[in-house]
Design a protein around this ligand. Structure first.
Ligand code: SER
Length: 886
């Protein structure tokens, strides 16, 4: 790169200079939003403007003239290029300033030029500007600000029209480029901004956001002429550190150096292939992985979980390519945290969690990689020169070994082969078809034909039970008995019944179905469950009296008390969700739930067992909300409005245009706000009390809490109290004395056990005294052989000590016992003199242990063995005698 003469700045200095510049000019500073966008049309945050969508669309306004931020972004559309040039990455930080009618185009351009030349001191001769084809207005603005004609060019839609996604705010843009000099890039004489090479580096994009693209492609004007500018921080760092590649700037170098240390390979800044490319890929992907997981994304097989898994696996794979053996990725996480934790404290807060997930995923993938690699290498070895790897082989690697297709392509290419991508895609499509067919098969299996027929012919059941438990005039639309539609059901029959409107809640979103009664002239029937069958509610009905006929009008009543309990438990579940997020972090996502009248269950993403303190903190928060008697408010609104109001949506759940939002607490600061169709308490005070009963794991990274609330909590605590009272009765003390009593009993028990042991193994034991009396004098030493009872293997050592103390002079022993569990245990021991005289404890045990079905050995002075066959003890002792020549 041609020598630059402006002062250098670190990434942190650039970040802070940019934000301060715009704050000083009246823009409000916003923190980066999470990488999980609050926008269903977007997989991952990919631009600074994402979090301002509602402002562009006019549903939110701000007092200030605009906003500024430094946004975490992930883009993977260029994943193949990453590492092969100096300006693409999957993770990057975007500095931006935004305005929603408060800043003119002219002002925006003038600020951009001022910041570039006065704060960053970039020489204007090196700056180049592009404008959208026919955007004369912006062209004139740049000219008026002093930019030479030769430094402004017009580019088309591909380069100079910007949209965050297929729909939403978009508009023409103007980009600012820094000329790195002729020696960087393609060297063609006509090289200019927009060329694919690295010479002209686009560092700032000024989007004049004025349209709102719709699903049908139309582009109505937005309420204001808006502004959305984005400066790539990494690119700016390269410029400000006089480097032609941002991988050579401070933060990325910190990561690449680590890669060099771990692998031993050397990084070459202008080599865009081989090991240097791999080092860049690992450095880049490690940042994405760290930021994504710390924002609550987990590796998975679809959506953003899949993006994460691919990046993580690709990093691991490139580690292998450059010869790194074993797990290494968590070291990169540590390094990213060192380099970026100041600016993004969430990295530090979630470090343990991120490292746990990374290392589990890395381990799993390493095994996969080893197995898949064997398969792939064999397949590649079987190919002729220039022959492609079959699509079926690539599919097999994907399906069985979890190899992302780009990894297969990469390995195949390294071996000089292409991959039949069309064939691979055909196999993938065939698999999707099979999956669809299976789902259909299952659906038809459990979804009895009659119900699909009813769903086609009857209107969806209208649920009218949010407020009322009783509906006086429900009409019976259909009756189904044993899968057949019937006109009527007589007393004693069990049928399923469809009403036109139902106060009964059908099992959904974890809340179990309602029960109750149907009544009419001469009719009494019991409803034992309600299920939703494709929008039609099926009531499980037993006719107690009279006849239930299609077309009849009945009074439908929900079991009021049971429903009240369900309401309370459902609201308690929302409180629990919010409390878990507060105590554990935003990575907590609901993974499943069950709300029954007497208890509730909540599954959620988290990586470790909760500590007792965490459980108490969660429980405390929920109870705090209950005791504060907060109103529970349900509102209907548009999905966008709901999300903008911060309502929690279930991950992966599809919602309609109109949604129901359940909030606990004040409008401004709700403790909990969720999209939910269930029935709820009107005020948290109705819940009365909440208690966590258990916390466990349900599989990788998903924890489960079982809890009770309201009457369930009282019943649970009463049960506990009763246990304590029963214990007190047995101990003949007061309840509050129970722990102390048990402690004292325990102590007494231990002391007694010790005394017993001493009695059984010490000199006062009759059995041992008799054995010692019967000791045989073998001249050089005395021999004690004894079969004892009621002792454990370890006790035999004490017996040997006793024998040594009681028998004067050289002594040896062979002892046996049957333990409490019925297993034999043997011990041989000898004083040094006895050993010198030929008694080798280890040899004896080795000889006799097989007779009790065991093995063992030891030193000449002491050896022990266990076994399985207690019946062999006498034989073992006899064998010992024979061994000693007795
Ligand atoms: N949204 C534009 C971009 O991402 C400018 O901020 O380039």
């Amino acid at each position: 790169m041609a020598a630059a003469d402006f002062p250098m700045m670190t990434t942190a200095e650039i970040r802070s200079a940019f934000l301060t510049f715009f704050e000083e000019r009246g823009c409000k500073l916003f923190p980066s939003s999470s990488l999980i966008p609050d926008d269903p049309s977007l997989l991952l945050a990919n631009a600074g403007m994402n979090q301002f969508k509602a402002y562009y669309q006019g549903s939110k306004t701000m007092r200030e003239i605009g906003a500024t931020s430094c946004q975490k972004c992930v883009r993977t559309n260029d994943i193949d290029i990453i590492g092969s040039d100096g300006r693409h990455a999957s993770f990057f930080e975007m500095l931006g300033n935004f305005s929603f009618g408060g800043v003119s185009k002219e002002q925006a351009c003038s600020w951009a030029l001022e910041l570039s030349t006065q704060v960053f001191h970039l020489p204007i001769e090196r700056l180049y500007f592009t404008v959208f084809t026919d955007d004369d207005e912006t062209y004139d603005i740049w000219r008026k600000l002093g930019v030479e004609e030769s430094h402004i060019s017009r580019l088309g839609e591909d380069d100079n029209f910007w949209a965050a996604g297929p729909t939403g705010p978009c508009g023409p843009c103007s980009e600012i480029y820094y000329d790195q000099g002729e020696d960087v890039g393609c060297g063609r004489p006509d090289c200019a901004p927009g060329c694919d090479c690295d010479r002209f580096l686009e560092y700032w994009n000024l989007v004049f956001t004025q349209f709102d693209r719709q699903e049908d492609g139309s582009m109505p004007e937005l309420p204001h002429r808006n502004l959305d500018t984005g400066m790539g921080l990494e690119r700016m760092s390269a410029i400000m550190q006089h480097k032609s590649s941002f991988y050579d700037s401070d933060i990325m170098q910190g990561l690449i150096k680590l890669g060099e240390d771990i692998s031993g390979v050397t990084y070459v800044g202008d080599d865009y292939t081989g090991a240097s490319r791999s080092l860049r890929i690992i450095a880049d992907h490690a940042r994405s992985v760290d930021f994504m997981i710390s924002d609550g994304i987990l590796p998975g097989n679809e959506g953003r979980g899949y993006v994460l898994r691919r990046l993580l696996r690709r990093a691991v794979f490139h580690g292998r390519l450059i010869g790194i053996e074993g797990a290494f990725l968590t070291r990169f996480i540590d390094r990213v945290n060192e380099l970026m934790g100041d600016a993004y404290p969430e990295l530090l807060k979630n470090a343990a969690l991120v490292k746990g997930i990374v290392s589990a995923e890395e381990d799993r993938f390493s095994t996969t990689l080893d197995n898949g690699r064997v398969y792939l290498d064999e397949a590649l070895a079987g190919l002729g020169d220039g022959e492609e790897l079959a699509g079926s082989a690539a599919f097999m690697l994907h399906d069985t070994f979890g190899f992302p297709i780009d990894l297969t392509v990469e390995i195949a290419e390294a071996a000089g082969h292409g991959v039949d991508i069309d064939g691979f895609n055909r196999e993938m499509e065939a698999q999707r078809e099979r999956a669809r067919a299976n789902v259909k098969g299952d659906a038809w299996g459990s979804f009895n034909n009659i119900w699909s027929e009813l769903a086609d012919t009857l209107p969806a059941t209208l649920f009218c039970g949010y407020e009322d438990d009783v509906l006086e005039d429900a009409r019976v639309l259909a009756i189904v008995r044993d899968g057949e539609r019937v006109a009527a059901a007589a007393a004693g029959e069990d049928v399923e019944v469809v009403l036109d409107r139902a106060p009964f809640y059908a099992e959904m979103g974890g809340q179990v179905g309602d029960t109750g009664t149907l009544a009419g002239e001469g009719l009494a029937a019991t409803v034992s469950d309600t299920q939703n069958r494709g929008g039609i509610y099926a009531l499980c009905v037993h006719v107690d009296k009279g006849t239930l006929a299609e077309g009849a009008t009945v009074c439908a009543s929900v079991d009021h008390h049971r429903r009240e309990l369900l309401r309370r438990n459902h609201t308690a579940t929302h409180l629990l969700d919010a409390a878990l997020k507060e105590v554990l972090g935003d990575h907590v996502n609901q993974a499943g739930s069950l709300v029954t009248p007497d208890h509730l269950r909540f599954d959620f993403t988290h990586f470790d067992a909760l500590t007792t303190d965490e459980i108490r903190a969660v429980e405390g928060l929920v109870n705090r909300e209950i005791f504060a008697a907060k109103p529970v408010v349900t509102q209907e609104m548009g999905i966008d409005e709901a999300k903008a109001a911060g309502a929690i949506a279930l991950f992966g759940e599809k919602y309609g245009e109109r949604v129901r939002v359940v909030s606990v607490g004040t409008e401004e600061h709700p403790f909990s706000r969720e999209l939910c169709g269930g029935t709820h308490a009107r005020n948290t005070a109705e819940i009365g009390l909440f208690r966590i009963v258990s916390e466990s794991s349900t599989g990788s990274n998903v924890r489960r809490i079982e809890a009770v609330a309201s009457e369930g909590a009282v019943a649970y605590l009463e049960g506990r109290a009763r246990i304590a009272e029963d214990a007190a009765a047995v101990l003949k003390c007061r309840v509050d004395e129970v722990p102390e009593r048990i402690g004292a009993l325990n102590q007494t028990l231990c002391a007694t056990e010790q005394k017993l042991k001493a009695a059984l193994t010490g000199g006062s034991s009759d059995a041992i005294a008799q054995a010692i009396d019967a000791a045989r004098d073998l001249g050089a030493y005395k021999l004690v052989i004894a079969r004892l009872s009621g002792l454990e293997a370890a006790d035999l050592r004490n017996v040997w000590d006793t024998v040594r103390q009681k028998v004067a002079g050289p002594v040896a022993c062979v002892l046996a016992t049957v333990t409490e569990k019925g297993q034999p245990a043997l011990l041989a021991g000898a004083t040094d003199e006895a050993v010198s005289a030929g008694f080798k404890a280890g040899d004896i045990i080795k000889k006799i242990a097989p007779l009790v079905g065991g093995g063992g050995g030891g030193r000449p002075t002491m050896a022990q063995a266990g076994g399985k066959n207690a019946a062999g003890i006498d034989d073992a002792l006899a064998a010992a005698e024979r061994e000693l020549g007795l």
